[in-house]
Design a protein around this ligand. Structure first.
Ligand SMILES: NC(=O)c1ccc[n+]([C@@H]2O[C@H](COP(=O)([O-])OP(=O)(O)OC[C@H]3O[C@@H](n4cnc5c(N)ncnc54)[C@H](OP(=O)(O)O)[C@@H]3O)[C@@H](O)[C@H]2O)c1
Length: 244
C-alpha cells in the first residue's frame, strides 16, 4: 500500500504544517476540512514541490451524518490519519452560550470520536496504521480560564488513550499530541510567553518524529510535560486559590 496521510482540519495552521512535513517525506496527502476550496493552493503546492498525489475533500466534524460517506468515498486508503480540528472559542462567552459550548465540544471531541472510530475499525482489521490526535495540555487539568475547551480536550485525550489500549494488539499506533502554546490563528493576539511557545513547523517535525518512533504521548514543547505534572499534582485546596 502507498503511504497516504489523511489530514482532518486542512485549514488549521498546525495541520497544514503537518501535511507539508509528511508530503516532504513522500506521503500522498488527502486534505479534508470545511470550505475545501481554501486548500486547493496548498494541494497544488504539495504536489509540485514534493511530487506526491494530493486530494481535497469536504469534511465538517459537526455533520456526523456525513462521516460514514466521507470515510467510504476517500480516493485512497490512508496509512496515517491526523485530527487537527479544534475550536478554542471565547471561553467567557461559552459560559452563557450553550451553542458555543457545544460547538467547542463537537470540534475538539465528539466529532473526533465519530470519524476516528471508523478509521480505528479499519486499521484494526488491516493490522496497520497510525492515528494522531492533536489534543492539548489544556486537557490535563480543568482550569478556570479555559475549562470548557479543556474538558473537551480531556475527553479527546481519554478517547485516544483508550483507543491506543484497544489497538495495541493489532499493531496500530495511536499518538496523543499535547501542544502548549503554538503561534497560529487560534492564539492570534494573545501574549504568549516566548520560552513556552513554539511554531507549527517545529510541532510538525515533532509529530513526524513521533510517528517514525511509534511514540504514544508527545508534549510540545517537551518542558510542558514537567509543567503539567506540577499543575496536576497541586492539591485541589491549593489549586482553587491560583489564577491559572
Ligand atoms: N495553537 C495552539 O496554541 C494550540 C495549543 C494546543 C492545542 N491546539 C490544537 O491544535 C489543533 C489545531 O489548531 P491550530 O492552532 O492550528 O488552530 P487553527 O489554525 O485555528 O485551526 C483549527 C481548525 O479547526 C477547524 N474546525 C473547527 N471546527 C471544525 C469543524 N466542525 N469541522 C471541520 N473543521 C473545523 C477550523 O476550520 P475553519 O477554518 O473552517 O474554521 C480550523 O481550520 C486544534 O485541535 C487545537 O485545539 C492548538
Amino acid at each position: 500500500m502507498g503511504k497516504c496521510l489523511l489530514l482532518l482540519g486542512a485549514n488549521s495552521d498546525i495541520g497544514s504544517a503537518i501535511a507539508r512535513k509528511f508530503a516532504s517525506e513522500g506521503f500522498d496527502v488527502i486534505l479534508a476540512g470545511r470550505r475545501s476550496e481554501r486548500f486547493d493552493s496548498l494541494a497544488s503546492d504539495l504536489s509540485i514541490r514534493h511530487n506526491v498525489k494530493t486530494f481535497v475533500v469536504e469534511f465538517d466534524a459537526s455533520k456526523y451524518e456525513t462521516h460514514q460517506r466521507f470515510f467510504s468515498d476517500l480516493q485512497m486508503r490512508p496509512e496515517v490519519v491526523v485530527y487537527s480540528i479544534g475550536h478554542l472559542g471565547d471561553q467567557v462567552k461559552a459560559r452563557t452560550d450553550p451553542e458555543l459550548a457545544l460547538d467547542i465540544m463537537t470540534s475538539n471531541y465528539t466529532g473526533a470520536v465519530s470519524i476516528l472510530s471508523l478509521f480505528a475499525n479499519e486499521f484494526e482489521q488491516r493490522k496497520s496504521g497510525s492515528i494522531i490526535g492533536i489534543s492539548s495540555v489544556a486537557g490535563d487539568r480543568g482550569r478556570q480560564s479555559n475549562y470548557i475547551y479543556g474538558s473537551a480536550k480531556a475527553g479527546f485525550t481519554a478517547f485516544l488513550s483508550g483507543l491506543r489500549h484497544r489497538l495495541f494488539p493489532s499493531g496500530v499506533n495511536v499518538i496523543t499530541v499535547k501542544p502548549g502554546f503554538i503561534c497560529t490563528k487560534m492564539t492570534e493576539g494573545m501574549q504568549l510567553p516566548t520560552p513556552l511557545t513554539s511554531t507549527p513547523d517545529k510541532l510538525a517535525e515533532a509529530v513526524f518524529s513521533a510517528y517514525k518512533r511509534r511514540k504514544d504521548i508527545v508534549y510540545h514543547l517537551p518542558m510542558w510535560r514537567s509543567i503539567m505534572f506540577i499543575i496536576k499534582m497541586l492539591p485541589e485546596s491549593l489549586f482553587v486559590r491560583t489564577k491559572l
